[in-house]
Design a protein around this ligand. Structure first.
Ligand SMILES: [Zn+2]
Length: 210
């Protein structure tokens, strides 16, 4: 509702308080426990677990395209990027349905916030219908590859995703980069959700906090 209060007509996506999309308290809570995992032998850093205010903020960024909120996370994202000086940030490609639904590439936006040089070298394989792709995506990660001659073999790269759930997408991205001769030095995400139950592999049930 429009009132004479103007900017105060905005509510925090975390706590609902008026005045800003993401209040200082919710941001503090969202960013207080970064996560460090190892997947496919490389360090993976996320701003935190996908729950509470961080989940609210990421959902607002992801589904409503709240650029200002992503901007509030930017210093934290840049600090993750600073762990990999000289590396090239490669966003995981958006599924076509996700891009059509949202109209923007969230992972590209995140990659640009890392402060690293970015490359959209990773592209989705053409894998049939959306339903097929979704099924494959859920089970094994999105099939993808590195575009020919996008980056020199040996280039040090960091994978960038929005939310890591099972880790299948990030593993697919790492595999595709390695297949193209790139050196994957790490991965970065806004948030990570450890899977329910023990999936074995390298995604520990108890995240190591850094
Ligand atoms: Zn709040």
């Amino acid at each position: 509702m429009s009132t004479i209060h103007g900017l105060l007509d905005v509510r925090c996506v975390g706590c609902g308080n008026w005045g800003t999309h993401g209040c200082a308290q919710c941001l503090h809570t969202a960013l207080r426990a970064p996560i460090n995992l190892t997947m496919s032998g490389v360090p993976v850093f996320a701003l935190g677990a996908y729950r509470g205010p961080l989940r609210d903020i990421v959902r607002a960024v992801k589904f409503s395209g709240e650029r200002a909120l992503l901007g509030r996370l930017a210093p934290a994202v840049e600090s993750l990027g600073a762990r990999f000086p000289g590396a090239v940030a490669i966003p995981v490609p958006a599924s076509r349905s996700g891009f059509v639904a949202r109209g923007f590439h969230l992972t590209r936006r995140i990659a640009h916030r890392t402060g690293l040089r970015t490359s959209t070298a990773l592209v989705l394989d053409d894998s049939g219908s959306q339903r097929q792709r979704r099924r494959i995506g859920r089970l094994r990660g999105r099939p993808m590859h590195v575009a020919r001659r996008a980056l020199r073999p040996g280039t040090r790269v960091v994978i960038v995703d929005d939310v890591i759930t099972t880790g299948a997408t990030v593993r697919s991205a790492i595999d595709a980069c390695r297949l193209a001769g790139l050196t994957v030095v790490g991965a970065i995400a806004l948030a990570a959700t450890p899977p329910v139950g023990n999936h074995g592999d390298s995604f520990p049930n108890v995240p190591v906090r850094v």
